[in-house]
Design a binder for this molecule. Sequence first.
Ligand code: ADP
Length: 376
Amino acid sequence: MNVTPQQVLDRLAGVLSPRGVALTGADVLSEIVVNGDKVFFSINVEASEIRAWEDVCAQAEVAVRAIPGVSVAMVALTAERKPGSAAPPRRSAQGIPPVSTHRTPQNPAAGSPMARQADIPGVAAVIAVASGKGGVGKSTTALNLALGLRDHGLRVGLLDADIYGPSIPRLTGIREKPHLNDDKKMVPIGRFGLAIMSVGFLVEEESAMIWRGPMVTSAIRQMLRDVAWGELDVLVVDMPPGTGDAQLTLAQTVPLKGAVIVSTPQDLSLIDARRGLAMFRKVNVPVLGIVENMSFFQCPHCGTRSDIFGHGGARQEAERLGVPFLGEIPLHMSIRETSDSGHPVVESEPDGPHTAIYRVIAGRIRDRLQGATAAA
Ligand code: ADP
């Protein structure tokens, strides 16, 4: 039998706000979205009260998960300004709106922006793959680099945090839904030797579109916390495109060891890539380097190379900005075809020239991560 929003509301009536009012009477609930056995909603409160609501949020999650037929409950605690409310959300020194924190014992000094970050048990390094805008091939690059890291003998996970348009289900051909283990944690899907998790496994793409910034952050935090990642050397996070507040908050929320910026050679996306750099610098995440995707056109028939976009811009830009340049990936039919058919090129053409390029770039990323760890 399908779970209904009313059933969820009935349960939430039994959860009390910090002032002792039933959650359903506290004027804080968003629309309840039910998608099969998964329930999503947000609790939207005044920024100044967010700490007091953290326990309530956790209780709401437990209450909803206890409804027979519910396997996943994602409750986002958000501090968005409500229409008509007087006080704007408090901002941190970096201009980042406060978000909820489900604190864990590992959390460092409360009050610092980095206090929101908590290491994921068993995961040695988390890196972000980001782009200033959509459509530059960020997800394709993230997946193939994850496979390249795998080929260097690392245990690798991939988290598709591109909640506005999760494309990892399409790029990997994964259709199944993750199930829960005995600890009620979602088990990532194993494919190509990677542990893969995507919001796209849980919601249809249309539902994903309705998520707003703070909900995105909350959902990502939950995907990091409530997923049984196991033992990983690297978890690659495919970030949502752009450099807005949602991305900034995310970059701050996820315990990142570094970020890789994907850019095409066109000027416009280089400007966007620069914003991406500035964003990670703001939250003290080291930029591991820039990858130039669709760097030059390689004819699938004769192999001739054409620099149709004025190739080389990303390398020069990286030099100018003092960040490492990680490499160039050509615009090639076989990358597009393998990607869009769910058989990424590094997996389907292990001896091909494009795979070699991804592996070299992955090796540079691994070296930089190891260098950073050794320095630390
Ligand atoms: P983003 O995550 O930046 O939105 P995607 O990874 O979804 O971008 O890629 C957008 C489209 O471009 C997809 O159809 C993908 O197959 C294609 N694509 C990405 N990189 C390349 C490349 N190097 N050569 C050819 N096609 C590519």
